[in-house]
Design a protein around this ligand. Structure first.
Ligand code: HEM
Length: 212
């Protein structure tokens, strides 16, 4: 039986994008996201999402801090991406005390998977990629909807502003180049792609929980 080589799999960023394309479509088409994008929800729905995302980013960023000296994680880690402080300040601007929030079961499952990834850098990168590249892409579209459809003010949208990153497209290209330069091997690449698909599913499960 032929054994897949890194070359046969192609660049990691292409493998990841292709492997998650269907999961992305499902997340993008989920009822919560569609209704949010169509102006059929209200600002409170976003407040609920932002509150749950705070737990996700706390877990993601503390896993990142623990993996900071790991070369695979270090390839994607960047202080300019850190979102916990901006999410906290957005929530305060939205009238929420972050210390009063509690996690939904769907968020707890997502957080548990992120915490487990702190022991496996390839899996951690999957969670990093799914959230931050999403924030730098569709997140920008979500921010404009929040602004224009729901009247969310700029001081509550700092989560979507990446100070110090000028051109988001160039940054994403560079992120993909850094992924492609990693010498992961097939096993780690498989673990990375499987975990990225799971990460999308966790997001979808969170949307479904918020919809309920
Ligand atoms: C309103 C819903 C969404 C819209 C409109 C949207 C839109 C987009 C667009 C246009 C891109 C391509 C950007 C580019 O090539 O530079 C993209 C990429 C991406 N999105 Fe979304 N997205 C949405 C939801 C999500 C969600 C829920 C996630 C996961 C949490 C996500 C994660 C990603 C990722 C990881 C990429 C990068 C793909 C790659 O190039 O490797 N997106 N999104």
């Amino acid at each position: 039986m032929a054994i897949a080589t890194k070359d046969s799999l192609g660049p990691t960023s292409d493998v990841l994008r292709e492997a998650t394309a269907r999961a992305h479509e499902r997340a993008e088409r989920s009822a919560f996201v569609t209704e949010l994008m169509d102006g059929r929800l209200d600002a409170d729905a976003y407040v609920a999402l932002a509150g749950q995302l705070l737990f996700v980013y706390r877990a993601l960023e503390s896993a990142g801090d623990r993996l900071a000296s790991h070369p695979v994680a270090a390839a994607v880690l960047d202080e300019r991406l850190r979102r916990t402080p901006s999410l906290e300040s957005d929530l305060v601007a939205l009238g929420v005390d972050p210390s009063e929030l509690s996690m939904l079961p769907a968020t707890a499952d997502y957080v548990a998977a992120i915490e487990a990834s702190a022991h496996d850098a390839a899996r951690f990168v999957a969670h990093h990629y799914t959230r931050y590249l999403g924030d730098l892409s569709g997140g920008q579209i979500i921010a404009s909807k929040l602004r224009n459809l729901y009247g969310v003010s700029e001081d509550a949208l700092s989560f979507y502003r990446f100070d110090g990153i000028d051109k988001l497209k160039r940054y994403k290209d560079c992120y993909r180049d850094r992924l492609d330069a990693l010498e992961l091997g097939d096993e780690a690449t498989d673990a990375l792609t499987a975990e990225a698909i799971r990460a999308f599913e966790f997001n979808q499960e969170l949307f479904a929980a918020l919809e309920r």
